[in-house]
Ligand binder design. Structure first.
Ligand SMILES: *Cc1c(COP(=O)(O)O)cnc(C)c1O
Ligand code: SF4
Length: 310
């Protein structure tokens, strides 16, 4: 994956947490051994081009493989920055046809690549998705507010945001911001979050644990407090996927579990995400048990004291 930063991120690249997420380094192994290049088996579950149907009631659409900037730890490192994910009008029709034939899919996630970075195709998809009766819930995952906040001045994005707002009037609509570090929440990014809060959507966030970047209690406590205060509900905190070429970002599960336990003990319930691992070989996401239960009988409270829970 080529190094790619926006001018906005280049200006911030003096900050270690930004540099480590975006600058290519010699720590990166050569991703030529492809043993784990798709550990989540997304390709196997791609039922028609662009549509990943892995969980019974949910489907994920990769709107493109393009992003404003390339995160070195991207799970989809094998695809990002290539044109192979561009969807044609025929692909869009095939996706809609599949969703119509599978009314058990009630929840559709637009991902990629970054759907807000490709407003043309995302608009085309939403125009059709919003009219499929069995699709009750829509979500968009994005990192654009943190990579190119200036883009929200563009007409194409403003028009897409109006369509999202209009759709959100009829169906629950979630925007999932991928944020990993408080240093990403600049004044510009916070202004975009304020703008998104004007829409009829619910703002959620997702975070990836990145070794040496955000795997500290204080860093994440600060991140989640600031997101919560900005009206963003933290959703998932991921263990970094075991993908070739990004293994140096994956941290220790015991350390992460201890941090997630402490976050749960101290943050407001709404401000605390669920710590998740997406199991390799395509077995799906599981919540990691935190350190509150010591055995079948006892629970360990927020102060580390043991109590019987019945
Ligand atoms: C994560 C994911 C979803 C959504 O999962 P939730 O747990 O409902 O957020 C859907 N499809 C795929 C392929 C996913 O990876
Ligand atoms: S914005 Fe998301 S999809 Fe794009 S490179 Fe970063 S993590 Fe990957």
């Amino acid at each position: 994956m080529k190094e790619k930063l926006t001018p906005y991120l280049k200006n911030l690249s003096g900050l270690p947490a930004i540099a480590a997420q975006y600058l290519a380094t010699t720590a990166e192994p050569n991703a030529c051994d492809l043993e784990y290049d798709d550990p989540l088996l997304e390709d196997e579950h791609e039922v028609v081009k662009g549509l990943v149907h892995k969980y019974p009631n949910r489907a994920l659409i990769k709107v493109s493989y393009q992003c404003a900037a390339h995160c070195r730890f991207c799970t989809r490192i094998r695809q990002i920055g290539t044109n192979a994910g561009n969807l044609t009008a025929t692909d869009v029709s095939s996706i809609m046809e599949y969703l119509t034939r599978h009314p058990e899919i009630d929840d559709v996630i637009l991902s990629g690549g970054d759907p807000l970075y490709s407003p043309g195709i995302t608009t085309q998809l939403l125009e059709q998705l919003r009219h499929i009766p069995s699709v009750n819930v829509l979500r968009i995952g994005t990192r654009l507010p943190l990579q190119l906040p200036g883009a929200f001045q563009r007409n194409t994005i403003k028009e897409l945001l109006s369509l999202i707002d209009e759709t959100g009037k009829k169906k629950p609509f979630f925007i999932l911001l991928h944020v990993n570090h408080p240093d990403e929440l600049t004044t510009e990014a916070m202004d975009v979050i304020k703008l998104l809060r004007q829409l009829r959507v619910t703002l959620l966030s997702q975070t990836v644990f990145l070794k040496g970047i955000n795997d500290e209690y204080d860093v994440l406590h600060d991140l989640y407090t600031r997101l919560y205060h900005a009206g963003v509900i933290p959703y998932y905190l991921y263990h970094c996927d075991d993908v070739n070429g990004i293994g140096h970002f994956a941290g220790d599960i015991a350390k992460e579990t201890a941090i997630a336990t402490r976050l749960t003990a101290t943050l407001s319930g709404i401000a605390c995400p669920t710590y998740i691992i997406d199991i390799k070989n395509g077995h799906g996401k599981i919540p990691v048990p935190l350190n509150f239960i010591s055995d079948r009988k006892n629970t360990i409270d927020f102060n580390g004291k043991m109590h019987e829970y019945h």
